[in-house]
Design a protein around this ligand. Structure first.
Ligand SMILES: *[C@@H]1O[C@H](CO)[C@@H](O)[C@H](O)[C@H]1NC(C)=O
Ligand SMILES: *[C@@H]1O[C@H](CO)[C@@H](O)[C@H](O)[C@H]1NC(C)=O
Ligand SMILES: *[C@@H]1O[C@H](CO)[C@@H](O)[C@H](O)[C@H]1NC(C)=O
Ligand SMILES: *[C@@H]1O[C@H](CO)[C@@H](O)[C@H](O)[C@H]1NC(C)=O
Length: 756
């Protein structure tokens, strides 16, 4: 598997991912000292062996900054040195100081080390990787499974995968007592594992086992005055106190746990994609955010990241560098609903996860928020159930109807406002997030779409004393259509460049049941129940570990595959159909496009036999940096390779790096034809012949040459050229597919072309 994890070429993706932070982070306008990472390229054995000299040179570099800074002060403001995987340090700098340092000879780049915020089961069966299928479970229960999933908590919701899988997630801490982290049936720890199980005040070494093989945290943190703290307060431990890390870990590689549920909902066997995978957890954040820094002791090769939860607007995708596997979120074929029964006997289904103890035998007065406005409160605010907008006397003991015309006010906030006003429950009329059930705990809650909402408002206007009740949530299985692009999932195009199509793929990320730290807060635990070790969560952070887990399965079966081959296999075999046999849609019930779902919903079983794969190599990534405008000098220093940028690097050439999808940011109607090259490698049977077919929208001309490719005993790789012309194409983005088929495999490349 990972032959030598310290090969520079394998280091590179991780190194480059640091650069991606530079490119994607926002500029600061004022100039207080903030944490920065000064990145000085790959490390070497000399540097590692002489850490003291490296630290001294970092200090010297800081000293050169400003005569107004005292040496002493500098030393204390130095946050952390790096010399294991890459060389550099993180420290408090003003923006001016940062730009001064970036001009330094030995510095590749200086970028803010941002304070980041947390993005807030049936899914594996839904992906076609259920235990019930014997041939498939053969892959899943592979006893020689040697794949390690690492979870690094950066708050950037980044995840990294390699043959030891390292995932960066919003919270990589772990709750080791979770049954999902049991090592029953998991073999001995692979000998190449060099990680550690770090002790914390509430975390003993002995909790690590053959499943959870490592845990580590970083405790050095800057304080507001530029000092650092080496705090040992509770919470500075690999232990998960928010539940996010445990949830992510159990989706990706959790052990099978039978009869798991969230207070009876979503009952079934929870597990990761590849249950014999190991997990190692790294923490570099506290609940206040993530500063300080992180680095993985095991090197990542494939980087898998959530694309963000800022949809559905275009240009919201993050983590979009080509060496990152960027994941969008979808629903699965399960919904959670609460029934609303009106006083006139009519019933409606609302989306919810709520353990209401109301019954159908009694109804409660129903009141519209704006009719219960406090004195001097604008109707608009009361309708939206703003904090402080409701008059408790008009709300107490009733079910309140709120609408959502102000997206800045979260569902949690509205629930809190209504609950605080002593109401019995809330019906929220909100079209947008209707497919994403909100967990209201024990407070009766139901979310209605506009059609149902209108019916309820009509009823309320038709009668003097309207009443209703909200029943506890029940589960709907075999829900159709699914998957559907999640409303919140961030959309392309954009990110770093429009010449790479992002996101790459989509995976389940709505209402996913997985292990958590039991939530004991009042209001969360249904009356008479014990706090649950499982919970239902939504986010691209939940989609990501599905891709991580799928990649772990592929890596355990194809131990010789590189990460880009794994990524390619998952992209070219992704499905475009939902469980009704129709094309995938978004939450507006319109066809989903590749800026929403990338190549489609992952289909891990098909990905085991992709036929052909696109290998994206170090040279592609270095070329990408050239085309993005990085200097040769910086790229060399980062990669420690003698590398020359192609002549006349321009960003349009990015379209030609050997990526498993194609994106062209600008095709001029009256300009020249666009030409894109690709090379595929045969991983199927040796003598095979593939022919190309193209699906493209009317007006957009697409040709491939040759349109028939032949693999023999010695021919492993074949290149071809794709031509795009847009004379008759409509302006804006057009999407289509180029599929290579040998009759058994269908290798689909998605293309997106912006005609101007
Ligand atoms: C930094 O911390 C030390 C020790 O806690 C303290 O003596 C010093 O005053 C602090 N410096 C600043 C600038 O607050
Ligand atoms: C599953 O757990 C519930 C309690 O949470 C219990 O009532 C039920 O009998 C269990 N089912 C099985 C098959 O163990
Ligand atoms: C769904 O897709 C359509 C067409 O591509 C688009 O106009 C609409 O904004 C999308 N809706 C959402 C919620 O993303
Ligand atoms: C619901 O539970 C609360 C306490 O958790 C109790 O005060 C209330 O009476 C219950 N309502 C019904 C209808 O049982």
């Amino acid at each position: 598997m990972a032959s030598n994890p310290l090969l520079p070429s394998q280091l590179l993706p991780l190194a480059i991912s640091f650069i991606s932070l530079l490119i994607s982070s926002t500029a600061f306008k004022y100039d207080p000292a903030r944490p920065y990472v000064v990145y000085m390229g790959s490390s070497s054995s000399e540097v590692r062996d002489n850490a003291e000299a490296a630290e001294l040179s970092h200090l010297r570099m800081l000293n050169s900054l400003s005569s107004s800074r005292q040496g002493n002060q500098l030393k204390t403001s130095l946050i952390h040195h790096y010399y294991h995987t890459f060389r550099g340090f993180s420290t408090m700098l003003t923006q001016d100081e940062a730009s001064l340092l970036s001009g330094h000879d030995n510095v590749v780049s200086v970028f803010p080390d941002p304070i980041l915020h947390l993005h807030t089961t049936r899914s594996w069966d839904f992906l076609g990787m259920g235990f019930s299928d014997r041939t498939r479970s053969g892959y899943l229960l592979n006893p020689s499974n040697d794949v390690i999933i690492g979870i690094i908590d950066t708050g950037k919701s980044i995840q990294i995968i390699t043959s030891h899988v390292i995932l960066f997630s919003p919270a990589g801490r772990i709750w080791p007592e979770s049954p999902s982290l049991s090592d029953e049936g998991v073999g001995e720890i692979p000998s190449r594992w060099k990680g550690i199980c770090m002790e914390g005040p509430d975390f003993s070494k002995s909790v690590c086992n053959r499943k959870l093989i490592g845990a580590r945290y970083y405790i050095t943190e800057p304080t507001s005055n530029g000092n650092t703290t080496h705090s040992t307060r509770l919470g500075d431990s690999p232990r998960d106190s928010v539940g996010h890390g445990t949830h992510t870990a159990s989706i990706a590689g959790g052990a099978p746990v039978a009869n798991a549920s969230y207070y009876g909902l979503a009952r079934g066997t929870t597990r990761g994609g590849s249950p014999s995978t190991r997990i190692s957890s790294y923490k570099a954040c506290t609940e206040d955010g993530c500063s300080g820094a992180f680095h993985a002791e095991q090197m990542g090769v494939l980087v898998v990241c959530s694309g963000g939860n800022d949809g559905p607007d275009p240009y919201t995708i993050v983590n979009s560098a080509p060496w990152i596997f960027t994941v969008a979120a979808s629903t699965i074929d399960r919904e959670f609903r609460s029934t609303v029964i009106l006083g006139n006997g009519r019933e409606f289904e609302g989306s919810a996860i709520s353990f209401s103890n109301l019954t159908s035998s009694e109804t409660y007065p129903l009141v519209f928020g704006e009719k219960a406005a406090g004195n001097f409160t604008p109707a608009y605010e009361a309708r939206n159930c703003y904090p402080g907008s409701l008059d408790t006397r008009k709300v107490s003991g009733k079910i309140v109807v709120c609408i959502d015309t102000d997206p800045t006010l979260s569902r949690r906030m509205k629930k809190f406002v209504v609950e605080d006003a002593e109401a019995k429950g809330i019906i929220l009329i909100d079209e947008n997030q209707k497919g994403i059930p909100f967990d209201s705990g024990v407070f009766p809650f139901a979310q209605a779409d506009h059609v149902v909402g209108l019916e309820i408002l009509k009823y309320m206007n038709s009668i003097k004393s309207p009443t209703a009740t909200i029943l506890p949530t029940s589960e709907i299985s075999n829900f159709r259509p699914a998957p559907v692009v999640a409303y919140f999932s961030s959309r392309g195009p954009g990110g770093l460049t429009e010449n790479i199509l992002k996101p790459d793929v989509m995976a389940p990320g709505v209402a996913i049941l997985a292990a958590v730290v039991p939530n004991t807060e009042p209001g969360n635990v249904p009356y008479g129940k014990k706090p649950s070790g499982y919970s239902i969560k939504s986010g691209t952070s939940m989609a990501c570990p599905h891709v991580a887990g799928a990649a772990a399965i592929l890596m355990s079966v194809h131990s010789g595959w590189t990460s880009s081959m794994v990524k390619s296999a998952l992209m070219t075999t992704a499905t475009l159909d939902n469980n009704m046999g129709n094309l995938l849609t978004n939450s507006s019930e319109l066809f989903a496009n590749p800026h929403e779902m990338g190549s489609g919903e992952i289909s891990p079983y098909k990905a085991l036999h992709p036929g052909l794969v696109f290998e994206t190599g170090t040279e592609d990534y270095l070329n990408f940096l050239c085309y993005q405008g990085y200097s040769e000098k910086n790229i060399r220093s980062m990669s420690r390779m003698s590398f020359n940028c192609p002549k006349d690097p321009v960003d349009e050439l990015i379209s030609s790096i050997n990526y498993p999808s194609i994106s062209i940011s600008k095709l001029d109607k009256n300009g020249p034809i666009k030409i894109v090259k690709r090379t595929v490698r045969n991983v199927g049977s040796r003598n095979s012949i593939y022919t190309a077919s193209i699906q493209s929208p009317t007006g957009l001309g697409v040709k491939v040459n040759p349109d028939r490719i032949v693999f023999g005993w010695s021919t492993k790789r074949v290149s071809y050229t794709v031509y795009f012309y847009g004379k008759e194409a409509p302006s804006g983005y057009s999407f289509g597919y180029l599929t290579w088929s040998d009759g058994r495999h269908h290798v689909r490349t998605v293309f997106s072309v912006n005609v101007v």
